[in-house]
Design a protein around this ligand. Structure first.
Ligand code: UDP
Length: 474
């Protein structure tokens, strides 16, 4: 018999701004556009509490937000890779998740549990409770195609992927060299590699995969996924980027005083870090370019490229690591912001004309939605795939070259910044960025492809609801 109580969807995000933001936006869309009640479950390991508060305050009342309990950090020796730490953090909370979902189910039938990649083992909790599970991927369809392909490579190639003789070519995707595949698969002996393979295998157990992308951005990759055998249905529902109003910040007032389209914005996401040497080269390259810049400076990290991802910002002033005299010499041309800037507002400001970005997927989508071309500077996760896609396929980015030592040197930085901000190439990329901005807005409009995809999956949830309470929820 059908349950007369209105159904609810639970969304389970992993920690990190790059995950919480798109999950919160998905919750907002489901409530406002699909009229579905949502519980958004988050993890406490996120340090940017003030940012989270602004984000959650922007959500409609019909979104319940629940944070799972706090527990001690699990990396006392600091050598465990970030992905393992996140994965373990989430797993430790499964008993709480189980009781939370059971308790929600007593007041409303749960039509679906939508989980983040790092939460993939919550599939077991969903199955125990008979709740259909879906995945929401905060990356591109191109990256998803490569993730599935790792399973084939895992079975067919013995060595490290950086030794693959040819770039990997997949239907509808930009060719990607082995060394540019996901950072976690670059060392097959590391436990993170096994986690990656095991998690990706489990994607097949889901009822469907929502992706924070849109058809016009990567039409062929979307088609490739939809046509693949045995694949759960794929729903490109993006671009879902932060809509909460950004806090007031003096860098926005500085931007007000700069000429239109004249400033290159530099930011490596919530967690990306450079070494001391690379920070220095970047500073000197920006200075040498003679262009205006707004730089979110983080303290360097010698070992990790994602050194501040879980908030380990240390207590040092990031500006202390800049070359001597740099802030004084660039005063008026450059504006330095330690650690965090209101990025969406910066990208949307008329004075911003380019973005040096680590190509985290949220930053990428935000840049596209604001029509700003990029200089990709990938650091970790799937960011090298994003960089290749943006430069070679979508053609909205100009990629700097690293020297043999791996450093991107000051002259290269100066040259690429000048080409983007002043040259003919820059003009072409800006035009392309504006076209994409339009396409992104259309995908979220009334008849847009992403709205249709969201309605399709929402209808599926509602159709399934009659089956809830059955043996396995399938
Ligand atoms: N962000 C911001 N200000 C900053 C750094 C990051 O507002 O100074 C936001 C940015 O707008 C994006 C998110 O944090 O929404 C970062 O997500 P992304 O996927 O780009 O990178 P990650 O932090 O996951 O590496």
């Amino acid at each position: 018999m059908e349950d007369p109580r209105p159904p609810r969807i639970a969304l389970l995000s992993s920690p990190g701004q790059g995950h919480i933001i798109p999950f919160a936006e998905l919750a907002r869309h489901l409530v406002l556009r699909q009229r579905i009640a949502v519980t958004l479950i988050t993890h406490p390991a996120d340090p940017s509490a003030a940012v989270d508060r602004a984000l959650f305050n922007n959500l409609p009342d019909e979104v319940d937000t629940i944070c799972l309990p706090e527990f001690p950090p699990n990396s006392p020796n600091g050598t465990t890779k970030l992905e393992t730490r996140v994965f373990e953090t989430i797993k430790a909370n499964f008993p709480h998740l189980r009781s939370l979902l059971s308790s929600i189910s007593t007041s409303a039938p749960l039509a679906a549990l939508v989980i983040d990649t790092f939460c993939i083992d919550a599939l077991d909790v969903a199955s125990e409770l008979g709740i259909p599970a879906y995945l929401f991927l905060t990356c591109s369809c191109t990256a998803l195609s490569f993730a599935f392909h790792i399973l084939t490579l895992d079975a067919s190639f013995q060595g490290e992927y950086r030794d693959l003789p040819e770039p990997v070519r997949l239907p509808g995707c930009v060719p990607v060299r082995g060394e540019d595949l996901f950072e976690p698969v670059q060392d097959r002996r590391n436990e993170v590699y096994n986690w990656f393979v095991r998690s990706t295998k489990r994607f097949y157990e889901t009822k469907g995969i929502l992706v924070n992308s849109f058809e016009d951005l990567e039409p062929e990759a979307v088609k490739g996924l939809k046509e693949a055998d045995d694949m759960p249905p794929v729903y490109p529902v993006g671009p879902l980027v932060r809509t909460a109003p950004d806090e007031e910040h003096e860098c926005l007032r500085w931007l007000d005083r700069q000429p239109r389209g004249s400033v290159v914005y530099v930011c490596f996401g919530s967690g990306g870090t450079l070494t001391c040497a690379q920070t220095r080269e970047l500073a000197l390259g920006l200075e040498r370019s003679g262009q205006r810049f707004l730089w979110v400076v983080k303290s360097p990290h010698e070992r990790e490229v994602n050194g501040t991802y879980l908030g380990d910002k240390g207590n040092k002033n990031p500006l202390d690591f800049l070359p001597e005299g740099f802030p004084e010499r660039t005063e008026g041309v450059g504006f330095l912001v330690p650690s965090w800037a209101p990025q969406v507002a910066v990208l949307g400001h008329a004075s911003t004309g380019g973005f040096i970005s680590h190509c985290g997927w949220n930053s990428t989508l935000e840049s596209i939605m604001k029509g700003v071309p990029l200089i990709p500077w990938p650091l970790f996760a799937e960011q090298r795939i994003n960089a290749a896609m943006l430069a070679e396929d979508v053609e909205v980015a100009l990629r700097p070259k690293a020297s043999e030592s791996g450093l991107v040197e000051r002259d290269e930085i100066a040259s690429v910044v000048k080409r983007l901000m002043e040259g003919e190439e820059g003009k072409r990329l800006r035009k392309r960025a504006k076209e994409l901005r339009h396409a992104a807005a259309c995908s979220l409009g009334q008849e847009g492809s992403s709205v249709r995809a969201t309605s399709d999956v929402a209808r599926e949830w509602m159709d399934r609801i009659g089956g809830i309470g059955g043996s396995d929820g399938k």
